[in-house]
Ligand binder design. Structure first.
Ligand SMILES: Cc1cc2nc3c(=O)[nH]c(=O)nc-3n(C[C@H](O)[C@H](O)[C@H](O)COP(=O)(O)OP(=O)(O)OC[C@H]3O[C@@H](n4cnc5c(N)ncnc54)[C@H](O)[C@@H]3O)c2cc1C
Length: 372
């Protein structure tokens, strides 16, 4: 008899398994239909011995000391500040847009105040900000919108920014200095031995059993358990009875190159050319030294594994119907990005899982984080 059956061995499922087993001495069965733990954060060595992220680049960053300290129980870290360049007008320029980006593109030598004045002069004020296009054009003007955002968004979402909710680009990050770090969080680091190694340590407890290559529906009637924690797609849990929740998918094309370095930045975005959105070179992220290098191209697609919930009002309304049903389903807890139909970063999913654990354990979150 298990106290909990947990569907999904990603961040949501693994954090809950770890806390319930170590913090509350529960017996837990974790089931995943994939052949590995870690969910989308899974990393592995390719046939040349290069550490790659199977489902695209995952960079850990958080503002929360609690979340960073909690994960530090399972891994050492490699300090890493992420940097991205965009290929625009044949040049590789920093993104988010900063002083360097504007000066390089236009051959100017503005200072921070000059850049502020420049953007204020090109920004188009929109009476009511409704769409993603309104947000960007209202902040950096039409030309930078066309160069950096429009094509990228069309590829990423299969929709023009004028068809996407304003919340998709709630705020356009612009820097009036030369800070070219992609994230500004206080904690930015990569697990020193990779994400999968960290997940292995989380799940390494005598009270946790892990069953891979198994859809939970194959075993749910065969095993005895107390409550269910579900981190898969919420619509599938209810047999899509109100219709399918739309997702944007990705195809990843991994390549090894027989040279030490492929490109001059960890990630290069291609807003205007090619069918892919970006190329990531993993060695920058992992710090691995190797005579070869591995990269991944990301091709957005309509069909395939569910990656990004599509933020449109009709989809939010559909999700609400499933959410209402979930609240009327006793003994089942929905957590994580697929079960709550929302794009979350890894640290946010860890936070969500810790909050659910505190509720299940009847404890305050700070108490729920105590080791055992
Ligand atoms: C391309 C890409 C890049 C990203 N980059 C970053 C980044 O740089 N930084 C960051 O913080 N976040 C990033 N994220 C977000 C990050 O991937 C998520 O926050 C995190 O993986 C969510 O964890 P989860 O446990 O909710 O879901 P998942 O990791 O998806 O885990 C859910 C698991 O449930 C399993 N499952 C589903 N249905 C069933 C079933 N019927 N039976 C059994 N198992 C089932 C799935 O196989 C999966 O393993 C990125 C996401 C994508 C798509």
């Amino acid at each position: 008899m298990f106290d909990y059956l947990i569907v999904g061995a990603g961040f949501a499922g693994s954090v809950l398994a770890e806390r319930l087993a170590r913090g509350s001495q529960c017996r837990v069965l974790v089931v995943d239909k994939r052949n590995h733990i870690g969910g989308n954060a899974y990393d592995c060595y390719d046939k040349h011995g290069l550490l790659i992220h199977k489902y695209g680049p995952h960079i850990f960053h958080t503002a929360s000391a609690d979340i960073f300290n909690y994960l530090s129980r399972f891994t050492e870290w490699r300090q890493y500040q992420h940097r991205v360049r965009a290929c625009v007008d044949g040049r590789l320029v920093p993104i988010p847009i900063n002083l360097e980006t504007v000066n390089e593109l236009y051959g100017l030598s503005l200072d921070g105040k000059g850049m502020k004045d420049y953007l204020a002069s090109v920004a188009e004020k929109v009476a009511e900000v409704k769409t993603s296009e309104d947000v960007v054009v209202g902040s950096v003007g039409r030309e930078l919108y066309e160069k950096f955002f429009r094509g990228y968004t069309r590829k990423q979402w299969g929709l023009d920014p004028s068809e996407l909710d304003a919340q998709v680009t709630a705020r356009v990050p612009v820097r009036y200095n030369r800070d070219d770090r992609y994230f500004l969080d206080s904690y930015q680091a990569m697990p020193a031995r990779g994400f999968t190694h960290m997940f292995g340590n989380m799940l390494d407890h005598p009270n946790i059993k892990v069953l891979l290559n198994t859809d939970y529906r194959e075993i749910i009637n065969e095993i005895e358990y107390g409550e269910l924690i579900f981190t898969g797609p919420i619509d599938e849990f209810f047999d899509c009875r109100f219709g399918k929740l739309p997702y944007r998918s990705l195809e990843f094309k991994h390549e090894t190159h027989f040279k030490e370095v492929f490109q001059s930045a960890p990630v290069v975005n291609y807003p205007n050319d090619y069918a892919y959105t970006r190329i990531t070179e993993f060695k920058y992220l992992t710090g691995q030294e190797h005579p070869f290098t591995s990269i991944v191209y990301e091709f957005p697609k309509a069909e395939g594994d569910p990656y990004y919930p599509i933020p449109r009002p009709d989809n939010a309304a559909l999700y609400k119907k499933y959410h209402a049903l979930a609240q009327e389903t006793p003994g089942v807890h929905f957590v994580g990005r697929l079960a709550t139909y929302r794009y979350y970063n890894m640290d946010q999913v860890v936070g969500q899982a810790l909050t659910l654990y505190a509720k299940l354990a009847g404890a305050k979150r700070s108490e729920a984080l105590a080791t055992a």
